[in-house]
Design a protein around this ligand. Structure first.
Ligand SMILES: N[C@@H](CCC(=O)N[C@@H](CS)C(=O)NCC(=O)O)C(=O)O
Length: 209
């Protein structure tokens, strides 16, 4: 196997990695699966990633890699000209690292615990509360993120980075594009800008809508 092989699901977090692969111009193919549905595809996913999450990426040597941030940093090593990450001495690098980890460690888990609260809550009322509380917390996190970053025209200011890919994909998730337009218009503008990038046309066609 010489390609990266991405196990993905439409408009899920795998879309961030798919976009990063497209921007990097690394050779890859995508296997779209219903990742939450019991069956042979989920069984295989679980054998590669016990969390059953997408993105799960098979490297050209066949090893499985998970965790979108780790994958992004790896792809940036493999394709340094793709602009996914600022280089080590770039003054934007510390903030890039800060917000990358903020997205995956603070924002992303609000979905892990809120998407299907019955996994974590012992009754319907506590499940409803967990869903509502994680949805509200996420809104506060996005407002904080938008207030602390330049976000014009990209998250880091003048330079594009993988942070813009996260913003563009997550803009489609709860609280949804209308909320972003209203409450965090700079993030909605970044999402629109990313969706119009030539390199991402096919990725968007495959995932969005
Ligand atoms: N920390 C992981 C999170 C990935 C993740 O949560 N993906 C979602 C889809 S958008 C998923 O697979 N959720 C199912 C689950 O957590 O059981 C990453 O950054 O790649």
């Amino acid at each position: 196997m010489n390609n990266y092989h991405l196990i993905a699901s439409k408009a899920a977090g795998s879309m961030i990695v798919e976009a990063a692969l497209a921007v990097s111009r690394l050779p890859y193919d995508v296997e779209m699966i219903p990742y939450l549905e019991p069956g042979p595809q989920r069984d295989r996913l679980l054998s590669l990633n016990p969390l059953g999450q997408v993105p799960t990426l098979l490297l050209p040597d066949g090893r499985a890699m998970t965790e979108s941030a780790a994958i992004i940093l790896h792809l940036a090593d493999e394709a340094p000209d793709a602009q996914l990450t600022p280089r080590a001495q770039d003054p934007t690098r510390p903030m890039f690292l800060r917000w990358l980890i903020f997205i995956v460690a603070a924002i992303y888990p609000t979905f892990t615990y809120g998407d299907d609260p019955s996994r974590w809550a012992h009754d319907e009322a506590s499940g409803r509360h967990l869903r509502q509380a994680t949805d509200e917390h996420r809104k506060a996190l996005w407002r904080y993120f938008a207030a602390q970053s330049p976000c014009k025209p990209w998250v880091l200011g003048d330079r594009f980075s993988a942070l813009d890919l996260y913003v563009a994909v997550m803009n489609m998730w709860r609280p949804g594009p209308d909320w972003f337009k209203r409450e965090c218009p700079a993030l909605a503008a970044i999402a629109a800008r990313v969706s119009e990038m030539d390199a991402l046309r096919d990725v968007w066609k495959r995932n969005a809508g």
